[in-house]
Ligand binder design. Structure first.
Ligand SMILES: [Zn+2]
Length: 313
């Protein structure tokens, strides 16, 4: 049975840099008996460097001789091809198909305790798994994390995708698709978030205007609507109000707009408005007809406007 001397070729199809570790084609604890499982791991190695675990993965340690996996992935996505025969990565497993003679191991550099996985490394990881299942004609379900194949279950936690958080099922989802992309929450380019819909402001007369001593955009709009609805549609509210109050017999001044002049909300118009409001009961005798459009006048206007909602129901 084979030494998998095609692994470097397979790794190159990912598009990521491939490092062929010296003598990799002859490295292994004997020949593979087949390839039924692809097993991702994390190294639990040093926190710095691109692939500081290379020596351990290649040579092993005091109690376990290397190679400890056929493939490795550095933090920048570089793929290290370390062995072509059996590697000691799986340990005790739940099925023969998961055991070292049938399983290719990938040791990706990560401390396993929350170190964020770089995007390139995850993408390389996904693409390498995809390339391997394509090479060995395996289903996506043959990609099984060490934590999934180990016996007893719970003996291993790798690979731990903590940041970004990812389950093995999600990892296999990316393998099925063929590339990794960060979860939406991690990539939020400016300008692509939907603007919050503004709460619909109910226009008069759907909602009564607050009675305040000053006019607002809403009260202005209400006046415009009210006058337009009784036939006074002008470019300027002042002009419309002059025409309206003249029609009712209150306004005796000029209408500037008819003379090509800018409309003026002058004393004669305010006086007419105050008289009108008083006649309708919205400007009491406590206030003088003083030709000044002060707080009492504006409050009277708004109360009058609100009283007109009766015509809109
Ligand atoms: Zn492992």
């Amino acid at each position: 049975m084979p030494m998998y001397t095609g692994l470097a070729r397979v790794a190159r199809t990912t598009g990521y840099p491939v490092v062929e570790v010296k003598n990799w084609k002859g490295r292994g604890h004997g020949k593979m008996r087949g390839c039924k499982t692809i097993v991702p791991h994390h190294t639990v190695g040093p926190t710095t460097g691109n692939y500081p675990s290379l020596r351990v993965v290649r040579d092993g340690h005091s109690t376990l001789p290397g190679p400890l996996s056929q493939l490795g992935i550095g933090r920048d996505g570089t793929i290290y091809v370390i062995g072509a025969g059996v590697a000691y990565h799986a340990g005790k497993v739940r099925k023969t198909a998961y055991s070292n003679p049938y399983a290719i191991g990938i040791e990706a550099e990560n401390t396993g305790v929350g170190e964020p996985w770089p995007h390139a490394q995850l993408d390389s990881y996904v693409k390498l798994c995809r390339a391997l299942i394509d090479e060995f004609k395996l289903p996506v379900g043959a990609v099984l994390g060490h934590k999934e194949i180990c016996a007893p279950v719970g003996r291993k936690i790798d690979p731990a995708f903590i940041e970004p958080q990812m389950t093995m099922a999600e990892f296999r989802g990316y393998v099925r698709r063929g590339y990794y992309s960060a979860p939406v929450a991690d990539v939020k380019p400016a300008g692509t978030t939907k603007p919050k819909p503004k709460p619909a402001r109910k226009a008069w007369p759907a909602a009564a205007l607050p009675v305040t001593g000053g006019h607002t955009t809403a009260s202005h709009a209400a006046w415009v609507k009210l006058l337009a609805d009784v036939g006074y549609k002008d470019k300027s509210l002042t002009t419309a109000m002059q025409r309206w109050l003249r029609g009712l017999g209150y306004y005796k001044g000029i209408i500037e707009a008819d003379r090509g002049q800018a409309p003026v909300f002058g004393p004669m118009l305010v006086t007419a408005l105050q008289r009108f409001l008083r006649a309708k009961g919205f400007y009491s005798r406590a206030y003088r007809i003083d030709a000044k459009r002060g707080t009492a006048t504006v409050k009277g206007e708004i109360r009058y406007i609100n009283s007109q909602t009766k015509h809109y129901k």
